[in-house]
Design a protein around this ligand. Structure first.
Ligand code: PLP
Length: 401
């Protein structure tokens, strides 16, 4: 008998489980709108040209070796990642008061930040939006933080519950950490306006709440790296402190390379260097040091003006295709006369549309139309193409009528 015979089977991850079910379906018309990864108009994964170019340079450079990186990762990668999110002219970077460490994509950056806070920050309580990416509560709870939610989405308007957000953050205890999606909120696709961000900033600063930005979609939302980083930069411009977790999964298409960064903006250079020394103590027993390949690709691209420009063009093309899918889906539902107001499809931003379909309707679409998505009705616009829009419209139409 196995010493593990009493192990109970764990449930499938709610997001990754969608793909497991999709892969099992033999139907030729099946469509996976669950996965948060970009697909071309032909439904294929995309490796950016500029990424291929950078990889060629790396492979051909015989001076490159496979030595361990430092615990904090590739120095150039960290420097240019901080510039990317905070801006080249950021007062925090110029003041040399940002501690940046390379981590395992966005998830790893959030986790290292969470572990650091659980060990060293006086208020071990984090507020996350309701709803949020399903991994958030698990990441923070596993690190030992208490997790509470703040109101974010209003199902009635399919928009932001701004009043509820202000009330919940307004009654949070001083010092509490607040997780903020830097742009393209997942799963709702609903972001505050810049004016609302400014009100959130003032409230949070006046109450001494600590912002922790999750930036998984910089450039992928609007097509502009600077525009998508604006909320983060507002919080840095006021001189206050914050954390930011960056992922290159979506905006450089480096999903499986697991490349990201955690930055902690501090008040002084001295504090930042002490923070960095403690981040090393978090990382060392977790995975010792991060992998070299993906970070080398990113550093190669960010350092070179020509490659950087090529990246921004390819990034904008991905963002534009997604925006165009929103328009096509919206127009097709209208043309079909599907009951309901679908304008949220074109108002929401980023990779996902929060359709408002309920779990029974989702199950119906999966069973009858072989369309796969998370049970909260979130669909990945990146998984859609001009060819598959009619099939999706048929399914939605049948589900709501
Ligand atoms: N944060 C949000 C909101 C996300 O949607 C994702 C990916 O789906 C991540 C973080 C982290 O992704 P990764 O660890 O692949 O960078």
């Amino acid at each position: 008998d196995s010493v593990f015979s009493n192990i109970v089977r764990a449930p499938e991850d709610p997001i990754l489980g969608v793909t497991v079910a999709f892969n099992k379906d033999p139907s030729p018309i099946k469509l996976n709108l669950g996965v948060g990864a970009y697909r071309t108009e032909e439904g294929k994964p995309l490796v950016l040209n500029v990424v291929r170019r950078a990889e060629q340079l790396i492979v051909n450079d015989r001076s490159r070796v496979k030595e361990y990186l430092p615990i904090t990762g590739l120095a150039d990668f960290n420097k240019f990642s901080a510039k990317l999110i905070f801006g080249a002219d950021s007062p925090a970077i110029q003041g040399n008061r940002v501690a940046t460490v390379q981590c395992l994509s966005g998830t790893g950056s959030l986790r290292v930040g969470a572990e650091f806070l659980a060990r060293h920050y006086h208020q071990r309580l984090i507020y996350i939006p309701l709803p949020t990416w399903g991994n958030h509560p698990k990441i923070f709870a596993t690190a030992g933080l208490s997790v509470k939610t703040y109101r974010y989405y209003d199902p009635a308007t399919r928009g932001l519950n701004f009043q509820g957000l202000l009330e919940d953050l307004g009654s949070a205890p001083s010092g509490a950490v607040v997780l903020l999606h830097a742009c393209a909120h997942n799963p709702t696709g609903v972001d505050p306006t810049l004016e609302q961000w400014e009100q959130i900033r003032q409230l949070m600063r006046s109450k001494g709440l600590l912002p922790f930005f999750d930036s998984a979609y910089q450039g992928f939302a609007s097509g502009s790296l600077d525009a998508d980083a604006q909320p983060v930069r507002m919080f840095v411009a006021d001189g206050g402190e914050c954390l930011a977790a960056q992922s290159y999964a979506k905006n450089m298409g480096l999903y499986g390379e697991r490349v990201g960064a955690l930055s902690i903006v501090c008040k002084t250079t001295d504090v930042a260097s002490r923070v960095e020394s403690q981040l090393k103590l978090v990382i060392r027993p977790m995975y010792s040091s991060p992998p070299i390949h993906g970070a080398s690709i990113v550093a190669t691209i960010l350092k070179d003006r020509d490659m950087y420009n090529e990246w921004t063009v390819e990034l904008k093309a991905m963002a534009d295709r997604i925006i165009s899918m929103r328009k096509q889906l919206f127009d097709a539902l209208r043309a079909r006369g599907t009951p309901g107001d679908w304008s949220h499809i074109i108002k929401q931003i980023g990779m996902f549309t929060f359709t408002g379909l309920n779990s029974e309707q989702v199950a119906f679409m999966t069973n009858e139309y072989h369309i796969y998505m998370t049970s909260d009705g979130r669909i990945s616009m990146a998984g859609l193409s001009s060819k598959t829009v009619p099939h999706l419209v048929d399914a939605i139409h049948a589900a709501v009528t």
